[in-house]
Design a protein around this ligand. Structure first.
Ligand code: HEC
Length: 188
């Protein structure tokens, strides 16, 4: 599947600029309540994946996108994701050939190595957005970024996460899950 079908870049850029230069830049934007769910690889549903080409010093990677099964069952087309939804991306380094180019399978997709680069989560729980300034608030979603060893980046500035995902307001602040649920509904 083609990657980088990203939402309006200009909107994202202008939002990011707005936020970066605003008084919110140094504000603590997350409550830091999110933990990596136990056994997500076996318990969660993998609903999507995206190949990301190398970018500067960032290696080529494959992102595996997971959702908790309870949320998928409760989700309805064209509605906000249910409370308790956990969207998790596992970034895995792509396997490389002798020329350091990503190896691909017969569909042209990258082949993942075992090396995890990051685990990135957005989770929605009641009142989690209450303390957010409206310009940044993503409903009741909060965000967390863990490195490949599962260690949370506490001092990371999470403002860009909120700013960029804010542009997806019509899809309940996420890029892939609501779209996936809508597609499922069409197929039924
Ligand atoms: C410049 C825009 C941008 C920024 C900044 C950004 N994201 Fe995203 N995010 C995306 C896009 C686009 C996707 C869809 C997957 C892809 O193409 O990589 C995504 C997907 C996700 C997903 C999977 C669920 C979904 O929305 O589809 C999670 C979880 C996530 N991002 C968390 C974060 C966190 C945490 C941060 C901050 C550390 C962050 N994002 C910063 C653009 C952004």
């Amino acid at each position: 599947m083609a990657n980088n079908k990203v939402a309006p870049v200009t909107l994202i850029t202008s939002l990011a600029l707005l936020i970066n230069t605003s008084v919110f830049a140094n504000q603590k934007t997350t409550e830091q309540k999110i933990a990596i769910p136990e056994n997500y690889q076996s318990r969660f549903i993998q609903y999507h994946s995206v190949d990301k080409p190398a970018d500067g010093d960032k290696p080529a990677k494959i992102r595996f996108l997971y959702v908790n099964p309870e949320a998928l069952v409760a989700a309805r087309a064209n509605q906000a994701a249910p409370y308790g939804t956990v969207l998790l991306m596992e970034d895995r380094k792509a396997a490389l050939d002798d020329n350091n180019q990503p190896l691909t399978d017969k569909h042209g997709r990258y082949i993942p190595s075992d090396e995890k680069l990051a685990i990135i989560i957005q989770e929605k729980q009641k009142n989690w957005g209450d303390k957010q300034p409206e310009v940044l608030r993503n409903g009741d979603w909060d965000y967390a970024f863990f490195d490949g060893n599962g260690v949370k980046k506490q001092d990371l500035d999470y403002t860009p996460c909120f700013a960029c995902h804010k542009g997806q307001q019509v899809n309940d602040y996420n890029f892939t899950f609501n779209v996936f649920v809508n597609q499922l509904a069409v197929k039924k």
